[in-house]
Design a protein around this ligand. Sequence first.
Ligand code: ATR
Length: 269
Amino acid sequence: MKILGSTALYGVIGYPIKHSLSPLFQNRLFEHVGLDAVYVPFEVSPDKLRTALEGLKALNVRGINITIPHKEAVIEMLDFVKEDAKSIGAVNTVKFGERTEGYNTDWIGFLRTLKEVMDDVKGKKVLVLGAGGSSRAVLYALEREGAQVFLWNRTKEKAEKLSEIFRVEVVPSPEEVISSVQIVVNTTSVGLTEDYQIFDYELIQEGQVVFELVYGRDTLLKEWAKRRGAIYLDGLRMLVYQGLESFKIWTGCEPNPKVAFQALEERLN
Ligand code: ATR
């Protein structure tokens, strides 16, 4: 990588940011497309978010990804927020220019990953576990595709709040619908912080799609999905696909997914 006077700057801000894989594949994409640009991580604490955005603008940074915990808070600091990001209530991509624009590409990454294993999501029955920030991107994508969604959350009130925004049926327990759905999506942090069976994993069926948003972990859900003959997906492909969409928004170039996956494979193996 050559950094010149003309090199355009991109990056990702989060807190913490050390474990982000985005710089790895975004830089490879810039290189592959032949753009004179670099992508760097910025660790920004929540109380510095506004100052950081102003600084990035002043430094003529072209675009950034936004990750935890800033995706919601950044919205009110932007000049323009695209409709889908507004509905989801979170922005993961910012483009700087005449105005500072916010986009959400998480839901696109989710859908593209899902569509690698099924042609159509329309009419499919889906159980979504969790009603936090990432659940909203998933619910937005599924509603857009015309899926029939059942939503479960440990704190039922939060699921009910989301049912006022998205077309979902709140269920009192995952067990109630698990045997009748084609897809199960785990958006909770179970598997990340602590790991236990959110429902009786023996009820997972052969051929069901089990999609877990965390990645790079041998979770109980992953173990059971495989044992039961389900199709297991995790958040890694979603991470890459959301990043490819961000890249497109910033540069107008259509990057090659294989290049990004190759960069990650080299690192993770
Ligand atoms: P994210 O942005 O990753 O979605 P979040 O907004 O903090 O993170 O949401 C975390 C989700 O994981 C919530 O649905 C949360 O359930 P509650 O609303 O009941 O807190 C869920 N979650 C976290 N720990 C959990 C646990 N031990 N068991 C079940 N659900 C859990």
